[in-house]
Design a protein around this ligand. Structure first.
Ligand SMILES: NC(=O)c1ccc[n+]([C@@H]2O[C@H](COP(=O)([O-])OP(=O)(O)OC[C@H]3O[C@@H](n4cnc5c(N)ncnc54)[C@H](O)[C@@H]3O)[C@@H](O)[C@H]2O)c1
Length: 446
């Protein structure tokens, strides 16, 4: 099938590549010329496991092309995906300018029937706006071309995006048009072989499904962080509590990890946007407001522990930071908890020696050159001359450090474990002080 994808970010590039991988002819279009030129040379703008060889193979086979030419891209596809960003507006609502710019462009160039599929995460009612925008642009040039609009929200996880795209848990198709549903069913058939994962619903329900999914996941994280903060105060260990509640199948073990707060390009903006949607419909979404407030406070948790340990004086201290990306297996640092921590450390006069397996280029781009930030080639190198270690992102490479060697390196002999990755006993046996998130046993260090 012939497919066009607007946007070559995490969603557009992965979707376009996976659709090409199963034999479709895909044209990806982006307004970022440097990105498109890079992709045409085989330079992948993001780190995503498995993506690079797949892009190269499909590009080489001629099934995957990259362009900035929207008109040519629109002429190519029978199915046209919109997968551009929907960043937060000043008031927290989703900014639709990029989605509607694509819709306008489709209306300006469409010359034969197509199904326009919105994959971006958008407020309820956006499919109607996209339809109206395309229709207005068609009318403005006196064109009469049949088109359908469907909502097909994306659920891939950064760090596992290719796998999620090739083996989706569900494929939500929001459309009242049998033709659009049929076309999407055919397009997704190769990803839908073992059992039917396609859930067909109306557009508004599809749009809300995406927000509801992310809000639920963010709620689980904030709930666990709230429990962790209670555990810390009452002298309980949240890790024991996590195992204890996760064994109830109604709760489950997934996604109930306490930590330094959620980040990334989706949860913070989507929780905010959904809260805003509710408010626009005269409903105060109290749970969402609390989820956000807990998360904002939690992002300061690691600095709070560090500051408390050093008696409120971290000026002149050198802190080794393991992990900058908002989660493992990505180089994405949007809304990453590390950013809050680094800002607080710098404001307090501390210096940072950081290591991340993939996100150091992105961090250098964000922070620029500064005297109080040194990027280190390895986890061990970050410990050189440091007073303390803070683990922020749970990359596998950080799992089993040599704590004896670490104790010989860290001047203040203290570890702050933002993901409860380490065994407190193993750390303490090496002569290091240990702080985790919600591990009440650490109260004795107070
Ligand atoms: N990143 C994720 O994990 C994820 C998962 C599910 C859903 N989403 C949603 O998918 C959407 C895209 O997210 P992303 O992370 O891929 O964004 P991104 O910021 O990584 O990429 C967006 C791309 O769209 C391009 N773009 C903007 N305007 C354009 C236009 N008019 N024509 C062509 N290209 C244009 C930008 O240059 C950029 O390359 C968002 O709504 C997001 O909420 C993201």
């Amino acid at each position: 099938m012939r497919v066009t994808v607007f946007g070559t970010g995490y969603v557009g590039l992965v979707t376009g590549t996976c659709l090409a991988e199963v034999g479709n002819h895909v044209v990806c279009v982006d307004i970022d010329q440097a990105k498109v030129e890079g992709l045409n040379r085989g330079v992948i703008p993001i780190y995503e496991p498995g993506l690079e060889p797949m892009v190269r193979a499909n590009h080489g086979a001629g099934r995957l092309r990259f362009t900035t030419d929207a008109a040519a891209a629109i002429a190519h596809g029978d199915t046209i995906f919109i997968a551009v960003g929907t960043p937060p507006d000043e008031d927290g609502s989703a900014d639709l300018q990029y989605v509607l710019a694509v819709a306008r462009s489709i209306g300006e160039h469409l010359s034969r029937p197509a199904v326009v599929v919105n994959k971006s995460t958008v407020p309820v009612g956006t499919a109607d706006k996209v339809r109206a925008t395309i229709a207005a642009a068609l009318a403005a040039r006196g064109a009469d071309v049949a088109f359908e609009v469907a909502s097909n929200p994306e659920f891939l996880k950064e760090g596992a995006a290719v796998n999620d795209c090739m083996r989706p848990d569900r494929i939500i198709v929001g459309s009242r048009s049998p033709r659009a549903v049929e076309q999407l069913r055919r397009l997704y058939a190769p990803f839908n072989r073992s059992h039917d994962r396609v859930v067909v619903m109306d557009e508004r329900s599809a749009e809300l499904t995406k927000y509801a999914a992310n809000a639920m996941l963010a709620t689980k994280i904030s709930f666990m962080n709230e429990m962790a903060n209670i555990a810390e105060r009452v002298g309980a260990d949240i890790e024991m509590v996590r195992h204890g509640i996760g064994s109830d199948p109604r709760i489950g073990h997934h996604f109930i990890y306490p930590g330094p707060g959620y980040g990334g390009s989706c949860f913070p903006k989507d929780v905010q946007a959904l809260e805003r949607i509710a408010r626009q419909h005269d409903y105060p979404a109290r749970i969402l407001a609390a989820v956000e407030a807990v998360n904002d406070a939690q992002k300061g948790k690691l600095f709070e522990l560090i500051s408390r340990h050093f008696g409120g004086d971290v000026a002149g201290k050198t802190i080794a930071v393991w992990g900058l990306a908002f989660k493992p297996n990505t180089d994405d640092m949007r809304e990453a908890p590390s950013r809050t921590l680094l800002a607080q450390l710098w404001a307090a006069g501390a210096r940072v020696r950081a290591h991340d397996p993939e996100a150091m280029d992105e961090a250098a781009r964000i922070f620029g050159e500064r005297d109080d930030l040194v990027f280190c080639d390895s986890p061990d190198a970050a410990l050189e001359g440091a007073d303390a270690l803070v683990l922020v992102t749970e990359w596998k490479a950080f799992n089993s450090p040599d704590f004896q060697a670490m104790a010989g390196r860290l001047r203040a002999r203290v570890v702050f474990d933002g993901r409860n990755l380490f065994s407190p006993d193993a750390v303490e046996e090496a002569g290091l002080a240990y702080y985790g998130i919600g591990r009440g046993r650490t109260l004795r260090h107070d």
